[in-house]
Design a binder for this molecule. Structure first.
Ligand code: C2O
Ligand code: CU
Ligand code: CU
Length: 496
């Protein structure tokens, strides 16, 4: 159970019920410490949208290897002073190579990558490459901490078939929420040299979504651990009221009429789930965590749980000079007791602005993107049920010295991931991509490679995973970072 003070004690359902009841009554009594939770999001006026800059992308990590197929980069996590809020003061942050978000690792399938990492933070950290298939020692899990002042060379080869959008973030024991909130997160793009969309010449953009909250002096706000807000954070996960795209607030993307753009979107928020939509057009959903689908799918909106990624095609369809906002529509992932008062308001993320340039004739979007072979469920030798309750997996919090699941390499397993409580928990597995078989008993209508699947309140999702190679210990957990820190995590050991 996540309410109450931080502790490593396993929490019991009965305690949970009492905690929620206490919190619910506390919520009814107005208290100054609640002001943050109930304060409406600062409205963003049309003027603000016009005044905002054009979307920038984070810098790319410079490859200093001259050897073809080898990518060698330097990554340092260190305190820095940056302006996070437009027009705001310089504030203390923790940054990778001095920027928030950190620089993008942009590589190709087949590349061998070496990340020379240095920890100049005052505390232990790791660099977890979320979604990558690599040796356990290079996964940056809490089992391989990098102490302050230490360095670590993460080395991995990108397998064929892994083209897609990923990201990296700290994953130290119990401090992930804090370190991500301080500014540590960045994108990884893995490219296929024969990408069917790149072949059409469609331009692409990277959009890293994050949110944060600030004190009146502009510094990053963290609640007093004894406050109601701290309890709400433990329950909901930390949400911020300022929404960023690549560290910018409400940036503009110019587009020409007829033009098609590919957006790679990363949800780097600690707990915010986005429901993305453009008011005047269907999104063409072409990919998710592990890259492109087999075929594009037109959708009204897309739910993007935290740590998940989507690739969408958007079109310039409006009149010259007109603009629409990429919206984050309401999505009710919350327990009723701690649901923010403004949960049902629509937020805006960026402005898509039609330029006055002459229209371009639209490219033909390929209907075949790439084959995704189905993992053969008839080969599954093990079926497991993983139960997520509030703060617990299978009734336990994580113990770094315990192994919860053992799986032999070369085998296929079907997992039923069950959420038995009244809020969503996004489930993530390290190291191995899986395929979703069904959600709430409804067969998944299309195939995709996933490392994250949101499991809505009181429902279950079935996934199939094949453990091809790499023996070692892997985390599986709820990706609400506060829940992860609280131990809503288990350890899978793969062995030969
Ligand atoms: Cu984004 Cu355990 O990871
Ligand atoms: Cu991960
Ligand atoms: Cu959770």
């Amino acid at each position: 159970m996540l309410l109450g003070k931080r502790s490593n004690e396993p929490r019991l359902g009965a305690v949970a019920a009492v905690g929620v009841a206490m919190l619910a009554s506390a919520l009814m009594a107005p208290s100054p410490s609640l002001s943050f939770a109930t304060k409406p999001v600062t409205p963003r006026s049309a003027e603000a949208a016009v005044a905002s800059d054009t979307l920038r992308e984070p810098p790319t990590l410079q490859n200093h290897s001259a050897v073809p197929g080898i990518v060698e980069v330097e990554l340092t996590a260190a305190p820095a002073r940056l302006q996070l809020v437009p027009g705001g003061p310089l504030v203390n942050v923790w940054a990778y190579n001095g920027t928030v978000p950190g620089p993008t690792l942009d590589v190709h399938e087949g590349d061998s990558v070496i990340v020379h990492f240095q920890n100049h933070l005052p505390e232990t950290t790791t660099v977890h490459s979320h979604g990558l298939h690599l040796a356990a020692a290079d996964d940056g899990s809490p089992l391989n901490p990098v102490a302050p002042g230490q360095s670590y060379d993460y080395a991995f080869r990108i397998p064929k078939g892994y083209a897609g959008t990923y990201w990296y973030h700290p994953h130290p024991d119990k401090r992930t929420t804090f370190q991500v909130a301080m500014g540590l997160f960045g994108a990884i793009i893995i490219r296929d040299r024969h990408d069917p969309l790149a072949a059409t010449g469609i331009p692409e953009k990277l959009l890293i979504l994050s949110d944060n909250r600030f004190n009146p002096d502009g510094s990053i706000a963290f609640p007093d651990p004894t406050s109601i807000q701290a309890s709400i954070d433990l329950e909901n996960g930390r949400e911020g009221n300022v929404l960023f795209v690549n560290g910018q607030v409400m940036p503009t993307i110019p587009i020409r009429r007829g033009e098609v753009e590919r957006w790679r979107i990363v949800n780097a928020s600690a707990s915010r789930v986005y429901r993305l939509a453009l008011p005047n057009q269907q999104l063409i959903h072409v990919g998710s965590d592990g890259g492109l689908f087999e075929h594009p799918r037109e959708v009204r909106d897309i739910v993007l749980a935290n740590s998940g990624r989507v690739e969408v095609l958007v079109r310039g369809t409006g009149a010259a000079g007109s603009a629409v906002s990429l919206e984050d529509l309401p999505y009710n992932r919350y327990m009723p007791q701690t649901r923010p008062a403004d949960w049902d308001s629509t937020r805006t993320l960026l402005s898509l602005r039609e330029t006055n340039a002459l229209p371009v004739s639209p490219v033909v979007i390929p209907s075949e993107l790439r084959p995704i072979p189905a993992i053969d469920t008839s080969e599954a030798t093990m079926r497991r049920t993983i139960v997520m309750s509030q703060g617990l997996i299978d009734g336990k919090t994580m113990d770094l010295h315990r192994v919860d699941i053992r799986a032999r390499l070369g085998t296929t397993e079907i997992w039923t991931v069950q959420n038995v409580v009244g809020m969503d928990h996004p489930f993530h597995l390290h190291g191995f991509h899986f395929q979703v078989l069904d959600r709430g008993g409804v067969p998944e209508p299309y195939r995709s490679w996933k490392d994250l699947v949101n499991v809505p309140k009181h429902s279950s999702v079935r996934i199939v995973v094949h453990f091809a190679d790499f023996p070692g210990k892997w985390m599986y957990h709820c990706h609400i970072l506060d829940h992860e820190d609280e131990g809503m995590m288990g350890i899978l050991q793969t062995f030969n």
